[in-house]
Design a protein around this ligand. Structure first.
Ligand code: HEC
Length: 139
């Protein structure tokens, strides 16, 4: 028990190519003390592929309540769930993109958070698609 076959922290370790016990953290590792990365800095550039990804994710996660057109008449709402606002309402047309990102992340009123199901990149993709829905219905 007192003499186990294991490396001590700073010992030479032949097991690894660089002979070190303490290996560098994988690329993209964020220190626990660093806080959350700024979502705006991680925003993917606008592209048709992004909007199409957003459409697909929107139709999976959001249409049950918000409806395919984003008018808030989804099937769950038709069965009695509180009616979400129409995305074409001036207040939401004028809201910044970040607002939609934040609602998906944190939820809003009766709507719960989608943070565990919709990763940051897809939140921006869905936001891009919501913009397309809004344009479609307000032009
Ligand atoms: C289970 C039903 C449901 C689902 C699924 C849902 N929402 Fe909602 N959403 C609501 C309801 C209800 C409200 C209104 C909440 C309130 O005002 O209390 C709302 C409000 C919103 C608002 C407007 C917030 C405001 O300022 O009024 C946005 C934007 C939104 N949802 C985006 C999304 C997106 C994007 C998705 C998919 C990732 C989604 N929602 C999925 C029910 C849902």
């Amino acid at each position: 028990m007192t003499d186990q076959q294991k490396y001590a922290e700073w010992e030479r370790a032949r097991l690894f190519r660089n002979d070190r016990v303490v290996q560098a953290p994988p690329a993209g590792t964020v220190a626990r003390t660093a806080g959350s990365p700024d979502p705006l800095a991680q925003r993917p550039p606008m592209s048709l592929a992004l909007v199409e990804r957003g459409k697909q994710r929107f139709q999976i996660f959001c249409t049950p309540c918000h409806g395919r057109a984003g008018d808030g008449n989804g099937i769950v709402v038709q069965r009695g769930f509180p009616h979400p606002p129409d995305y074409a309402a001036p207040r939401l047309v004028n809201a910044p993109d970040r607002y939609f990102y934040d609602v998906i992340t944190s939820g809003h009123g009766a709507m719960y958070s989608y943070a565990d199901r919709v990763p940051p990149r897809d939140r921006w993709a869905i936001t891009a698609y919501i913009r397309a829905l809004q344009r479609n219905r307000t032009l």
